[in-house]
Design a binder for this molecule. Structure first.
Ligand code: GLU
Ligand code: MG
Length: 415
């Protein structure tokens, strides 16, 4: 191993950073790697959007040693080590706009209520470069070898605790799930997993793509975020849906602020092509038992396994911000004692669900909802939300005038 890469994940959900020689790893761990405030305004297409920082200011990347992943050498391609970093001011104080810090702060707020969130991100992606195969088939699973076995081994060797690797429904689609972990660790793993998948696919002559949707009529690539609380505190078998009082209020917070939340969890110009009914993504703003059209699905299991699944996320989102905004909205529901939401039973019909609120129809609508929701906007420091809205609107403007199919292609090119 010659180099160590120190990275952050930005508002476009892209992992960016700098490599240092392995001989300087100790210095890098102490924060010797510089970074620039305006980097927060990088769009997914490359150019920097308008931002409050300009050409001035300096930051340090402070790697968290616990995030270390090692990618072994592979043929001619050297191995590397990767760390995720928080962003700090030159004097070492945390930078208020750091997306990883946003999630840490949400976790700390929940700890103040005696709640420790546990999470897991399920990722769907497509693998291009393989013969066509049937959904869920053994054939697709075997056709993806040795990529699949190599991926599971790589994740296991880095302690990611993969739980399943499956041929999915969509064309060339696959899915990888990891065991639940503490919220920060789960989000760190989501950032890293995408890079490990892309990197391994490249080395095997394939292309992995995490774009939310590859064609307007195609299936979506979702990222489903599972959340529960340590100690079985989400569950109460005697209450509706088996959700504890805190769990119901937490769900209410997410449902009430759903429109603004999706501007953070599904933040690309094509994300809302996926978030339409009958795609098993999320067909409306409701909480239901075991229903894959729900925004929030109650997943069955023992009190330790029991969890809420948020289905309206995709891999164009920054995992720290996506989980952070869910936790903050849930916390708002608990703190302000939001009314427990209706829990739709598994047997609910489509006609009965006709009156549930819809999700935003477009990214522009979601961004307007975020700007208009004082509560959700208030979760963010002013410079962070200003930059966020600027980046997302710049990405939208970059695709202005293109039809949906072309927008899908442009997003697929960069995710
Ligand atoms: N592909 C679906 C989505 O876009 C999810 C299907 C499933 O695994 O339930 O979220
Ligand atoms: Mg799936």
């Amino acid at each position: 191993m010659t180099n160590v890469f120190v990275a952050t994940c930005d508002l476009a959900g892209q992992t960016r950073g700098r490599a240092v020689p392995a001989s300087r790893e100790d210095a890098a761990l102490r924060g010797s790697t510089g970074w620039v405030p305006a980097d927060l305004a990088l769009t997914c297409f490359g150019p920097i959007a308008e931002n409050p920082f300009g050409s001035t200011g300096d930051l340090r990347l402070l790697p968290d040693p616990g995030t270390r992943v090692d990618v072994p050498a592979d043929g001619d391609v050297p191995g590397t080590r990767l760390y995720l970093a928080g962003q700090a001011l030159p004097d070492g104080t945390p930078w208020e706009c750091c997306p990883r810090g946003f999630l840490s702060a949400a976790v700390a707020e929940l700890a103040g209520l005696g709640l420790t969130p546990v999470a897991s991100f399920e990722h769907e992606f497509t693998l291009d470069g393989l013969p066509s195969s049937l959904p869920f088939s053994f054939d697709r699973y075997r056709t993806a070898e040795p990529f699949g076995s190599d991926l599971v081994a790589l994740l296991e060797s880095n302690g990611f605790a993969p739980e399943s690797w499956l041929p999915e429904y969509g064309e060339a689609q696959h899915e990888i799930t990891l065991a639940p972990a503490g919220a920060l660790q789960a989000a760190d793993r989501a950032v890293l997993l995408r890079e490990l998948v892309r990197d391994l696919a490249r080395r095997r002559g394939l292309r992995a793509c995490f774009a939310p949707i590859l064609h307007p009529d195609g299936s979506g690539n979702g990222v489903h975020i599972h959340v529960s609380f340590e100690g079985g505190k989400l569950a109460d078998p005697d209450r509706p849906g088996g959700l504890s009082r805190a769990g119901a209020a937490f769900s209410a917070g997410i449902l009430r602020h759903a429109a603004a939340i999706t501007a953070v969890t599904a933040p690309s110009p094509v994300s809302f092509l996926r978030l339409t009914p009958h795609r098993w993504s999320a067909g409306g703003v409701f909480l239901a038992e075991r229903n894959r059209e729900a925004l929030l699905r109650i997943c069955p299991g023992s009190p330790a396994e029991f969890n809420l699944e948020f289905r309206a996320a995709d891999a164009t989102a920054n995992p720290w911000l996506a989980l952070g905004v869910l936790l903050r909205a849930g916390l708002e529901g608990i703190r302000r004692g939001y009314e427990p939401p209706r829990v739709w039973p598994e047997s609910v019909t489509e006609a009965e669900l006709a009156g549930v609120p819809p999700l935003p129809k477009s990214q522009a609508e979601a961004l307007d909802a975020l700007e208009a929701d004082d509560v959700v906007r208030g979760f963010f420091p002013a410079d962070l939300i200003t930059t966020y809205l600027s980046v997302k609107r710049a990405e939208l403007a970059a695709l202005d005038g293109l039809d949906d199919a072309e927008c899908c292609r442009r997003i697929a090119d960069v995710y």
